[in-house]
Write a protein that binds this ligand. Structure first.
Ligand code: AMP
Length: 112
């Protein structure tokens, strides 16, 4: 079982900021910006490579949920970034897909 599955099951503590039937969001333990939250589907997918057309509603909901939370928190107009890393070259380290939401400072482009 992955670390994030254990967070969903409350077997590992996390600073949870949002939850519904499909999505959980919690603060990254090693934040790379003043706001760094991970939005995860409760359904486990190891990487983006596992996604199919059938998963489009769930992944759409993941993105819309992050956007709604950003608006509620008040930093949406200043801006933010969402990132999903895939496998080695993408820098993925936890194999339960997650959307990083980064905000609270100007972010550089291109990323490293
Ligand atoms: P990635 O490298 O895209 O797979 O992102 C994994 C993220 O999970 C990293 O930003 C880590 O800092 C974060 N992380 C690892 N363990 C935990 C944890 N126990 N609680 C919250 N975030 C974590």
């Amino acid at each position: 079982m992955t670390l994030f599955a254990k967070i969903i099951r409350r077997e590992i503590p996390a600073d949870i900021v949002y939850e519904d039937d499909d999505v959980l969001a919690f603060r990254d333990i090693n934040p790379q910006a003043p706001v760094h939250v991970l939005f995860i589907p409760k359904k486990p997918f190891a990487t983006m490579n596992e996604l199919t057309d059938a998963d489009a509603p769930l992944i759409g909901k993941l993105i819309v949920t992050a956007a709604k939370w950003a608006r509620q928190q008040g930093f949406a107009d200043d801006g933010y970034r969402v990132v999903m890393n895939c496998n080695r070259d993408g820098g993925q380290t936890v194999y339960h897909i997650h959307l990083h939401l980064l905000a609270g400072r100007a972010l550089h482009w291109p990323p490293g």
